[in-house]
Every structure is written in structure tokens, then in C-alpha cells.
Design a protein around this ligand. Structure first.
Ligand code: SF4
Ligand code: SF4
Length: 88
């Protein structure tokens, strides 16, 4: 499989004037690890650059994930479900 390393292309989020963007979130992306193929498409599309694949496992930095749902929309394996915050 083609390996894409984009870590050097995109900056990591940090606290700015608006604080931690995770506080904006209404819906939280929850990963179905059995369905995830680790293709990294969601990593490429996340506007906050908060998704990483570590040891073939997807991790999301919820302190900065703002819950936009783009990762869920681009996943062709339907491995990310957006769940109302507090109900996950
Ligand atoms: S796009 Fe879907 S299958 Fe690919 S890494 Fe993200 S969650 Fe996993
Ligand atoms: S919901 Fe948006 S900010 Fe959060 S991980 Fe998915 S694409 Fe990134």
C-alpha cells in the first residue's frame, strides 16, 4: 500500500485566541477500529490536523477536534461515526 507522510506539510494546532477548538464541538467523531482500514484519507482531509495513525491505530486529538465531520464524510469504509457530544 502507498504510504503517505504528510506530517511535515501541515502544522499542528495549538491554543490561539479562540482557545482549544475542541470546546466548539457539538458532535464527536468515534472510530470503529474494526472497520478502519488505516488508509489515512481522513488524516489528509482533517482541517485541524488532529488525526494520526499510530501503530496501525487511528487516534484523534479531541482537545482540538472541532467536530466538523469531514473525516466521517470522506471515509469510504464508514469507520467514523459522528455522535452527539455527551452521548458517546
Ligand atoms: S478514512 Fe476511514 S478507513 Fe481510512 S484511516 Fe480514516 S477512518 Fe480509517
Ligand atoms: S471532526 Fe473535523 S476536526 Fe475532528 S477529526 Fe474529524 S475532520 Fe478533524
Amino acid at each position: 500500500m502507498l504510504e503517505i507522510d504528510v506530517s511535515y506539510l501541515i502544522s499542528k494546532p495549538k491554543v490561539g485566541a479562540a482557545g482549544k477548538t475542541g470546546l466548539w464541538r457539538q458532535f464527536k467523531p468515534i472510530v470503529d477500529e474494526d472497520a478502519c482500514k488505516c488508509c489515512k484519507v481522513c488524516v489528509l482531509y482533517c482541517p485541524e490536523n488532529v488525526i494520526e495513525v499510530v501503530d496501525d491505530r487511528l487516534t484523534i486529538d479531541y482537545e482540538y477536534c472541532k467536530g466538523c465531520g469531514i473525516c466521517s464524510n470522506v471515509c469510504i469504509s464508514n469507520a467514523i461515526e459522528m455522535v452527539k457530544e455527551g452521548l458517546e
